[in-house]
Design a protein. Structure first.
Length: 428
């Protein structure tokens, strides 16, 4: 498409340039021919007849001073002068071919007459320069038009040509990290098909690698849990009271280590399940799930002396998997109970489609609010045991259900605050 457009533009510019140059040159030659015809046809010896002199003057005046014609006889007397107000040219100036005077710069040529006189014709160099510029501009304007048309044609062609690639880029840009579905080639340009096939191949390899990784983590977690359960069963048989102080301390360390390893295995299993979450989604009354999650963890909070309060709960609805939403809420509540000191307060609310869980614990530094959702991320100030996977599971399940979760500034208390919501575009 681009080549035909450029070819048409070139033909039009060439034709315009040819016609413009032809008109300019023809006009110049016609002027010179008229002057030459008038001058030569009216010469009679060394004299110019009166009527011929008037014709030449009128002709020269018609050309707006483009020429000066002077005729001298054998004695050097000027017998004809088309521009009497211009000082006479000296013989030296005429010989050099250029005269500089009050009338400007003149290009002069002298012709000897058979009678011994001479014919002198001069033309202002300004007029010559004007003709040159006219020819240059007559060539430059079409070339500029061709250049502009070429640039416009190229930009248009590039825009049209890149539109399929832009559409593909926009489609891929709106995908989340776990959206590795194949890209269809239907309706795509032929030039994009190889790229799309390569992308689909890459997506397939990534999905396979992620599947193997998840299977490995799942299997490893199961394999770890079995011996840990056996170890813990053996430990529980031991009567701690029969041990001396040093042995009791070592016993407690063993129990703590086994519990921590078991917690790690459980976290890995939860993470693997969250990464593979494909639970059917449906409209869910958030308040109902919220109350159930609070009821499950309320005994743990009470044992630690922590007050859990559901301040407000409206009729908000999420389009998600109910069990996934329960795990998200439970993990955040579990962390709040685990890391808050005895006597702390946890306040929960549901308003305008947003869940807020706020506590009066130590809080989360602003520079860590995004990092805590990564795997195995833990705050340095936390001394309670944990695998650092709870919030990672929350983020994975939130992404799988088109939910948003974030640690934000506190509103009522002075600890940490988490908010969970679903963008309107994700609601069914």
């Amino acid at each position: 498409m681009l080549i035909p457009l450029l070819a048409v533009a070139l033909v039009v510019a060439s034709a315009t340039l040819f016609m413009s140059a032809r008109i300019k040159v023809s006009s110049l030659l016609q002027e010179q021919t008229d002057i030459l015809a008038i001058a030569t046809s009216t010469l009679s010896g060394d004299q110019i007849e009166q009527h011929a002199e008037e014709i030449i003057r009128e002709s020269v005046e018609a050309y707006e001073g483009k020429f000066v014609i002077r005729i001298r006889d054998a004695e050097g007397v000027i017998t004809f002068d088309s521009k009497p107000d211009l000082p006479p040219f000296s013989q030296e100036e005429i010989g050099e071919g250029m005269v500089i005077g009050d009338g400007g710069i003149w290009l002069v040529r002298r012709y000897d007459l058979s009678s011994g006189g001479e014919l002198v014709i001069g033309r202002p160099r300004e007029e010559s320069d004007k003709i040159v510029w006219q020819v240059v501009l007559s060539a430059l304007v079409p070339l500029l038009l061709v250049f502009g048309a070429s640039v416009a044609a190229i930009l248009y062609a590039v825009r049209i040509g890149l539109m399929p690639l832009s559409d593909l880029s926009n489609e891929l840009g709106h995908r989340t990290a776990d959206q590795l579905d194949t890209v269809t080639t239907a309706g795509r340009g032929e030039e994009l098909v190889p790229i799309i096939r390569s992308l689909n191949g890459l997506f397939g390899r990534i999905k396979e690698a992620m599947r193997r990784e998840r299977e490995f983590i799942d299997d490893a977690a199961h394999e770890i849990r079995t011996p840990l359960a056996a170890i813990k069963a053996q430990i529980q048989v031991i009567d701690r009271a029969t041990l001396n102080a040093d042995a009791q301390k070592r016993f407690d360390n063993i129990v703590l280590g086994v519990d921590r390893a078991a917690s790690m295995a459980d976290g890995l299993l939860d993470q693997a399940k969250a990464d593979q979450s494909q639970t059917p989604k449906s409209p869910v009354k958030v308040a109902s799930v919220l109350r159930k999650s609070i009821a499950e963890l309320l005994p743990v909070a009470e044992n630690k002396g922590i007050n859990v309060e559901l301040a407000q709960a409206d009729g908000s609805v999420f389009h998600c998997a109910p069990e996934d939403l329960r795990i998200i809420i439970s993990n955040i509540l579990t962390n709040a109970i685990k890391y808050c000191p005895t006597g702390a307060q946890i306040q929960i609310s549901l308003t305008s489609g947003k869940i807020a869980i706020e506590d009066s614990g130590r809080g989360i530094p602003e520079n860590m609010r995004a990092k805590i959702f990564e795997r195995f991320a833990r705050l340095e100030s936390n001394t309670a045991q944990g695998a650092g996977l709870g919030l990672s599971v929350v983020r994975s399940l939130a992404d799988a259900n088109n939910l948003k979760v974030a640690a934000v500034d506190v509103v009522a208390l002075d600890g940490a605050r988490f908010e969970i919501w679903q963008p309107e575009s994700s609601l069914a």
